[in-house]
Design a protein around this ligand. Structure first.
Ligand code: SMG
Ligand code: MG
Length: 367
């Protein structure tokens, strides 16, 4: 296809409840959406970067700048663009994976819509619905946490993930384990601990957790190896896994025995499929992470999560867990699952009315 123009939309989406992690509290999502206008039709991609560079080095204004200055001009200048060639065309830019992922996804959406192929078919999904978990933020009290978790269990979520940090770990985990009985439970520290905490983290072994996610800083593979040797709870990496090669390295060195896959973090869905495949070859289960996506990003995540080696419930929750109204038709939890969209491309439509209503500024068109 020939890329005719790239539009950058920014929308403010209030969350139904604040979401607190070890790196701070978030009240809304500042979403960057990329629309590619091409010779074969239009496509959308959602950028998962947060407003501030606190989950990773990327942040939404930075992604927008990189797309405007480097990625969009490179694609517009290219004689022919396919989803499979985007990574090479923008490969001269180091890093900036979330920005690249948003652009590649928009191209993939345009391409697969034109071909009448769904994301699920393109990725090689092997099921039509995926098991869903829910990520629960740090609460202001244990009582408040239990009320929130209880609501999610009643809604049918198949796994609970608790955000933890020093000072908010053993007690909330114990209380939630008592509340939910044998329902699957895991924790995510978003890099909040250090090597000195290994013995303390070992106390989580008492709670029969599915996994502990990213306790230490992303570059510190060695301390994750030390933890994995010291405790029985499986260690799972999120922030550290930025591509398939890093996944192989971390797995072979014993730093992670389960992998969280987020397409934005690894530079796009094509690389996410590669991470899935190398993990499958190494016998390591994967699950689909989340970045509080709108329906645009959620549609692609749910299709990815329908691949064979996504054997654990993902952070692929229903639209209602995040937003009063979603940017697309809402994703609704049915028996603890979301259905994989079957229409061409991502299979969802962006609501122009909401895009205009919630716009932070008029769209920017690059051509
Ligand atoms: O999309 O339900 C979701 C959020 C899942 O916990 C979640 N994401 O480290 O896995 C993670 C975090 C990163 C984003 S925190 C705003
Ligand atoms: Mg995480």
């Amino acid at each position: 296809m020939k890329i005719l123009a790239i539009e950058l939309h920014r929308v403010a989406m209030p969350l139904v409840r604040p979401f607190e992690t070890s790196f701070g509290r978030q009240f809304a999502r500042d979403v960057l959406l990329v629309r590619v206008r091409s010779s074969v039709g239009d496509g959308w991609g959602e950028c998962v970067a947060m407003a501030d560079p606190v989950y990773s080095s990327e942040y939404v204004d930075g992604c927008e700048a990189v797309i405007r200055t480097y990625l969009a001009p490179a694609l517009i200048a290219a004689a022919d663009v396919t989803a499979e060639s985007v990574a090479d065309l923008v490969g001269f830019v180091i890093g900036h994976r979330m920005a690249k992922a948003a652009v590649e996804t928009a191209v993939l959406d345009a391409q697969t819509r034109a071909e009448g192929v769904s994301f699920g078919d393109y990725f090689g999904a092997d099921r039509d619905a995926v098991d869903c978990g829910v990520s629960v933020g740090i609460a202001t009290s244990i009582d408040e946490l239990l009320t929130e978790v209880d609501g999610y269990v009643r809604e049918g979520y198949r796994r609970i993930k608790l955000k933890i940090k020093p000072g908010w770990d053993l007690e909330p985990v114990r209380a939630v384990r008592e509340l939910i009985g044998e329902t699957a439970l895991q924790v995510d520290a978003n890099t909040a601990y250090t090597r000195a905490d290994i013995e303390h983290l070992g106390r989580l072994d008492a709670f029969d957790l599915l996994l502990i996610e990213q306790p230490f800083v992303e570059d510190d593979i060695l301390t994750h190896i030390a933890l994995a040797r010291a405790i029985t709870t499986p260690v799972c990496l999120d922030e550290s896994i930025v591509n398939a090669e890093v996944a192989i390295d971390a797995i072979e060195r014993g730093a992670t025995s389960i992998v969280n896959i987020k397409a934005g973090r690894v530079g796009g869905y094509l690389e996410a499929v590669r991470v899935h495949d190398v993990c499958a070859e190494l016998g390591v289960a994967v699950w689909c992470g989340g970045m509080l996506e709108t329906g645009v990003g959620r549609a692609a995540n749910v299709a990815l999560a329908a691949m064979a080696n996504f054997t654990l419930p993902g952070d692929t929750s229903a639209s209602s867990r995040y937003f009063a109204e979603d940017l697309t038709e809402p994703f609704v939890l049915v028996d603890g699952q979301l259905r994989v969209p079957t229409g061409p491309g991502s299979g969802v439509e962006v609501r122009d009315d909401l895009l205009a209503e919630w716009a932070l500024r008029p769209p920017i068109t690059l051509s």
